[in-house]
Ligand binder design. Structure first.
Ligand code: HEM
Length: 432
């Protein structure tokens, strides 16, 4: 290898094999070529693919990589929206990020958890009356109602199921092709438009929202020049809160799946209360189960790294799933083993364990919703270990690694559901 070589070539074009193999694709190429960096083309664009802790540290060096115009259009039209925080850089990004982080205080997160508890409790009567329910679908609805209430977005009974469905379409349609992708684009347009109407009404003084809630925080924001955010951007950013809160349903289901498939974990969670073990279990759910597959950026300036040339303007992809499963960093990475975190230091979460991105929250693009995610998974564990009795009927619980975003095929069906601690009887049943 010379001082300034091109990274190894995996293939001329890899869009189709990547779509067909899903999460393990980048790692499989790394193993085949004996490298953590290779090149190919994605959607005919020359692309560098990177995996592992060192590569993640490099990817988060903003002198070398930029997110501006990095996300593919199909993701902007579905998952992210246009003009949102994901594509900002520098001071504009820091300002916008500070707004998101201002919503993540412990007291605000506690508020959200109380809302989720309330909506869960209201739904429990219905669960108990059914022969079975599909947990993923139910959690999508509960989280949608709680997230909208937490943000200050009024949802009436009639709108709630539609809103939940549209958010799920956005979550699932970004990576999809064909009709599902187009339904996802439609869902984004409709949801943004519904929010736009609310934002306009609020600006005209037609309805009031508590100023601490995200809706008012974003609409009332003024930059250093006293300029507000355009209505469309406010709508995109509000969706950047409620959509991912609904998406956490997948991690909650994965946590319940892990409890089901690992009886030893169940016993430890039941008897060790809210111990270190529980925290390690939650981290292992986020490390082990596939969710956000990879991130895209653009090379900012020519540079050389480990003898390989990075050319300005080149597309770069950081493999999140592959980094979380990198055998050079993790022992038995494909085994679910919460105890592994006993040996880890806090800085494991900077570049080695990066299901929600790495580096810093305030200055980098790392997910501002990590604390909410941890709290919601914890809530699911509390419910399923201590507060509910249920059966898991025979079903297909396969998690296909070629489906992005992943989920257990059945959505996790549970039956014979009973509340163990029925100290909070539901006042009214919610109709989804
Ligand atoms: C299901 C759990 C979640 C996963 C897997 C996840 C994953 C991610 C990932 C991979 C990123 C990109 C990081 C980067 O570009 O460096 C991200 C960014 C982001 N996430 Fe999350 N997230 C989750 C939950 C949440 C929640 C609950 C919220 C909000 C309440 C949220 C809001 C955001 C926002 C606004 C960004 C953009 C941040 C920026 O560009 O600076 N996410 N998330």
């Amino acid at each position: 290898m010379g001082r300034n070589d091109e990274p190894p070539l995996a293939s001329w074009e890899c869009t189709y094999p990547l779509a067909r193999s899903g999460y393990p694709y980048i790692s499989a190429q790394c193993e085949r070529l004996g490298t953590n960096l290779f090149r190919s083309r994605l959607m005919f664009k020359k692309t560098l693919f990177m995996r592992g802790e060192e590569a993640a540290e490099l990817f988060y060096d903003d002198a070398r990589f930029s997110r501006e115009n990095a996300a593919p259009t199909r993701l902007k039209k579905t998952l992210f929206g246009e003009g949102g925080i994901q594509g900002l850089e520098g001071e504009a990004h820091h300002q916008r990020k500070a707004l998101f982080l201002s919503l993540m205080s412990q007291s605000r997160i506690d508020e959200l958890m109380q809302l989720v508890e309330q909506h869960w409790q209201l739904r429990l009567n219905y669960w108990e009356a059914q022969a079975s329910i599909t947990l993923l679908d139910e959690l999508h609805h509960i989280l949608c109602r709680a997230a909208c209430a937490w943000c200050g977005i009024p949802l009436h009974n009639v709108d709630a199921p539609e809103m939940a469905e549209q958010l799920v379409l956005m979550i699932e349609g970004g990576a999809a092709i064909g009709p599902k992708h187009w339904a996802s684009r439609r869902a984004r347009r409709q949801t943004e438009n519904a929010l736009l109407d609310l934002i306009k009404q609020y600006r005209q003084g037609l309805h009031e929202v508590d100023p601490v809630l995200p809706f008012a925080t974003f609409v009332d924001f003024r930059d250093a020049q006293g300029k507000p955010l355009p209505n469309r951007i406010v709508a995109v950013e509000l969706l950047n809160i409620i959509r991912p809160i609904v998406a956490v349903a997948r991690y909650m289901v994965f946590a319940v799946l892990a409890i089901h498939e690992h009886p030893d974990c169940y016993e430890k969670l039941k008897h060790q209360g809210s111990s270190h073990y529980r925290r390690h279990f939650i981290q292992e759910v986020r490390r082990y189960y596939p969710f956000f597959p990879f991130l895209a950026a653009r090379v900012n300036a020519d540079f050389t790294w480990q003898g390989y040339r990075f050319k300005r303007g080149r597309q770069a992809i950081l493999d999140l799933y592959g980094t979380n499963h990198d055998a050079q960093r993790w022992e038995a990475p494909d085994q679910f083993y919460p105890e592994r975190f006993e040996q880890e230091k806090v800085d494991v979460h900077r570049f080695a364990m990066i299901p929600q991105g790495g580096s810093d929250h305030a200055t980098q693009h790392r997910c501002p919703g990590e604390w909410i995610t941890l709290a919601l998974i914890d809530l699911a564990i509390e419910k399923f270990i201590h507060q509910l009795r249920y059966d898991v009927p025979c079903q297909d619980l396969t998690v296909d690694l070629n489906v992005i975003p992943a989920r257990p095929r059945s959505g996790f069906i549970i039956s014979n559901i009973h509340s163990i601690n029925s100290s909070q009887p539901s006042a009214e049943e919610e109709h989804f």
